[in-house]
Design a protein around this ligand. Structure first.
Ligand code: SF4
Length: 359
């Protein structure tokens, strides 16, 4: 059976197996062509559930709900930036936006977060980062500050899920994670309540290993008695960690580039990441490298917007015209420039972020 654990740290590698096992639809070429973002063009978005109706809304310039959330359990890294980049893309497509800063989820589901106050403190920098990446104040809410309608709704959801169902989906009954999940289902669905945007299609971008949440949310949506539109999901490949065979993880700092990293961190992390280069320069000039397995190239694939520059990196690697040292320097340079600009914007947004988190 494919391993698909929302709290695990392994990257999902057997995509076809996962599609088959959970009934996901592969993201078709015809849809990719209609969506102008490099995540679609570069096969980073791989599958969907019911995306057709969201695409229809985009084409007809009709509203749809854009909802995603990130647990405030640590500083954001490039993997979180990828989530937010996709969110900003749908925002630009004319969505009604709901970005959830999941402080209660972080406290309930992550043992390292000892108090809700700690999760809120982390949330301040997270919100400043989200604002710097293109979200505005009205796009963001913090779980612990949400209105009573949201909480009543989360309790209603709780009544519709039995312990047996929960155990069948997740394989355990950890009460912290149960609470976090009920909030997640409420996050995805509550935008359709009359007090918010009302009934309409919604889109949430998730990693393949989060599919159990998607299935549970869709299942409960049917049984709530609110006549909700079934929520749609698109699935993207997670950016993997900088070391061989891992996911970018806040708890393993060397696997990730964080949005608050300085140039020395970037030089160290990109400098020592796993590449597809050959053991010697002579061999690499002769045989070329393997960008397909290179973690440095993966950073480019997700975060270098210029298609021409990406193509050049790929071709010079394959042909052996460029060696890893020079190639890494290109990434270090544009990443350092991006991080410096981002950090300046995030710093400016800190007072606004504090207001969003603490009121
Ligand atoms: Fe990776 Fe660049 Fe080396 Fe190719 S040349 S393996 S893309 S670092």
């Amino acid at each position: 059976m494919a391993k698909i654990d929302p709290w695990g740290s392994n990257a999902v590698s057997d995509y076809d197996h996962v599609f088959k096992e959970f009934g996901l639809s592969k993201f078709p070429e015809s849809m990719k062509k209609q969506l102008k973002h490099h995540f679609f063009e570069r096969n980073i978005v791989v599958a969907h559930r019911d995306f057709e109706k969201v695409l229809e809304r985009i084409k007809k310039k009709k509203k749809f709900i854009n909802i995603t959330g990130i647990a405030s359990s640590g500083p954001y890294h490039l993997g979180h930036k990828a989530d937010l980049d996709l969110f900003v893309f749908f925002k630009k497509c004319g969505a009604k936006n709901y970005f959830c800063v999941c402080d209660l989820d972080a406290y309930c589901s992550r043992p390292k977060i000892k108090t809700v106050a700690e999760a809120k403190e982390i949330a301040v920098q997270n919100v400043a980062d989200a604002l710097a990446l293109g979200l505005s104040e009205k796009d963001i809410y913090v779980q612990s500050n949400r209105e009573k309608e949201y909480y009543s709704f989360a309790f209603e959801i709780g009544k519709k899920i039995t312990a047996k169902t929960f155990e069948a989906i997740y394989g355990h009954l950890d009460l912290g994670k149960v609470s976090a999940n009920l909030l997640q289902y409420a996050d995805i669905l509550h935008g359709q309540l009359p007090e918010y945007s009302g009934k309409m299609p919604s889109i949430t971008g998730i990693g393949l290993d989060q599919d159990s949440h998607a299935r549970a949310t869709r299942d409960v949506a049917k049984r709530l008695g609110y006549n909700l539109e079934m929520p749609s999901f698109i699935y993207f490949k997670f950016q993997s960690g900088l070391k061989q065979g891992s996911k970018m993880s806040s708890s393993e700092p060397d696997t990730a580039i964080f949005l608050n990293d300085c140039k020395a961190d970037v030089v160290k992390k990109v400098g020592s990441c796993f590449t597809g280069g050959c053991p010697t320069a002579k061999e690499q000039r002769r045989l070329g490298g393997k960008p397909e397995i290179c973690k440095k190239y993966e950073i480019d694939l997700f975060h270098l917007e210029s298609a021409a520059k990406l193509k050049d990196i790929f071709e010079k690697c394959k042909s052996g015209k460029r060696l890893c040292g020079e190639c890494k320097k290109l990434t270090i340079d544009y990443m350092d420039k991006f991080l410096k600009e981002h950090q300046a914007k995030a710093k400016k947004n800190l007072p606004k972020a504090k207001k969003i988190v603490y009121g």
